[in-house]
Design a protein around this ligand. Structure first.
Ligand SMILES: Nc1nc2c(ncn2[C@@H]2O[C@H](COP(=O)(O)OP(=O)(O)O)[C@@H](O)[C@H]2O)c(=O)[nH]1
Ligand SMILES: [Mg+2]
Length: 186
């Protein structure tokens, strides 16, 4: 039977994983450049229109956002990076915050790294993949905004990354596959 998300509850936004209010459940984290479509993907994945705020100001979400799924898993929306207008201080804060979470959480089962298919994987994403592996967290890359990709763009990505996943929050493409993948990790 395909996995379904029946219940979603926003737990809160925290700067780290040490907060007592965060229940101890297996976690899947979502990371990506600002504006990559992370909030839209989470909303689409859990079947809620705006549980993860689709921000009109990219880079606004600067904390770790925790969502309780089906009373037994946590989805963690990590802060976006690469926002051009972010202050230097903000930019410098992102890396230690995310790395502290990746290395410090004993509940993390996987890191989903979102990449805009039109931009491709950049140095920041390669670094994230390496850091996740270093922390024994399984990384996976999902190419977002698939509805904007033509056949040749898709073919190029497929040739480079044989088991890549395409996702569109507009058409719902890739939702089933990503849910299957996430529940396998959990
Ligand atoms: N065409 C298309 N646009 C998308 C998709 N996902 C997000 N967007 C748009 O991209 C912008 C950023 O989306 P958002 O989810 O806020 O990105 P975030 O900053 O990564 O959380 C918004 O204008 C969305 O409407 C998608 O799958 N297809
Ligand atoms: Mg967002």
């Amino acid at each position: 039977m395909p996995p379904t998300i029946k219940k979603v509850e926003f737990i809160g936004s925290f700067p780290d994983y040490s907060n007592a209010k965060i229940p101890h459940f297996p976690q899947i984290a979502f990371a990506g450049r600002s504006n990559v479509g992370k909030s839209s993907l989470i909303n689409r994945l859990v079947g809620r229109k705006s549980i993860a705020k689709v921000s009109s100001t990219p880079g606004k979400t600067r904390l770790l956002n925790f969502f309780l799924i089906n009373d037994r898993y946590l989805f963690v929306d990590l802060p976006g990076y690469g926002y051009a207008k972010a202050s230097k201080r903000e930019r410098n804060r992102w890396k230690p915050m995310v790395e502290a979470f990746l290395s410090g959480s004993d509940q993390l089962r996987g890191l989903i790294i979102l990449v805009d298919g039109r931009r491709g994987i950049q140095p920041e994403e390669f670094e994230l993949i390496e850091y996740a592996e270093h922390c024994q967290v399984t990384p996976a890359v999902v190419f977002t905004k698939a509805d904007k990709l033509n056949q040749s763009q898709r073919a190029k990505i497929r040739n480079q990354y044989s088991n890549c996943l395409f996702f569109s929050s507009v058409t719902g493409e890739g939702k089933k596959e990503l849910l299957n993948y996430v529940f396998e990790l959990l």
